[in-house]
Design a protein around this ligand. Structure first.
Ligand code: PXP
Length: 249
């Protein structure tokens, strides 16, 4: 049964749109926990467009669930991670111009640097997950890096139309099986919604889904606690039959 990591970046995004004090993602993380979030995920970006360092520090001090810190593989972020010691670090690629994380890490292209960083984080007792596309060579490189986890990028699946989704789902299923054969533990995320999450949650061995935008969007209508509770129900008890073309739940 997969667990749910709630990404609260977009709550901070609303705050930063006005450089105001509200909404405060730290306070609202508490409501996400009440709704059943197994963990809270934040991406502290170099440009600080949504989550701020103060948010990560306060979340680290106040969360009852787990803090998953998404970050680029930079010296600045490494120092922050080693100081704050989140429950998990997820290494992601980061480009200034992108609206959101666009692709998985290209591990092969920076294997030495990533392996060294993973080693230092592991030595500090911080589990590391690598955000990768569901591709065999990236999974093999992830294993060589010493990371214990991968987060499979579900963006291609989420963006495919209904005709294309089964093929993208099959890639995720195959990647999950391959990762586990390599001894890696498997999370997934990006672009998952109330409509498309269930087949991914049902993948054998899937441990945690990190979901943000759709939960924050639904929270505007039903409140954050209810939005998290509804998503957690789908993640924990997904329908097993294919739901492409299925009606809105
Ligand atoms: N996982 C990773 C590594 C991400 O970068 C993001 C987006 O910040 C998510 C999960 C969550 O994606 P979404 O907001 O589309 O649910």
């Amino acid at each position: 049964m997969a667990s749910l990591g709630v990404n609260i970046d977009h709550i901070a995004g609303v705050r930063q749109a006005r450089r105001a004090a509200e909404p405060d993602p730290v306070n609202l993380a508490f409501l996400a926990e009440l709704g059943g979030a197994d963990g809270i995920t934040v991406h502290l970006r170099e440009d600080r467009r949504h989550i701020q360092l103060r948010d990560v520090e306060l979340l680290r001090a106040t969360l009852r669930s787990r803090l998953n810190l998404e970050m680029a593989a930079t010296a600045e972020m490494e120092a922050i991670a080693l100081r704050l010691r989140p429950a998990m670090v997820t290494l992601v690629p980061e480009k200034r111009q992108e609206i959101t994380t666009e692709g998985g890490l290209d591990i092969a292209g920076q294997e030495q640097q990533l392996t060294a960083l993973v080693g230092r984080l592991n030595a500090a007792g911080i589990p590391v997950s690598l955000f990768v596309d569901p591709e065999a060579d990236q999974l093999r490189a992830s294993q060589r890096s010493g990371a214990r986890w991968v987060e499979l990028h579900t963006g291609a699946y989420a963006e495919a139309d209904w005709a294309g989704q089964p093929k993208e789902l099959a890639r995720l299923i195959e990647a999950s099986a391959r990762a586990r054969q390599l001894g890696l533990r498997v999370n997934a995320g990006h672009g998952l919604t109330y409509q498309n999450v269930e087949p991914v949650a049902a993948i054998e061995g899937m441990e945690e889904l990190n979901i943000g935008h759709t939960i924050v969007a639904r929270a505007l209508a039903v409140g954050l606690e209810a939005a998290v509770r509804q998503m957690r129900a789908l993640v924990q008890n997904p329908r097993r039959e294919p739901l492409f073309n299925a009606a809105f739940p």
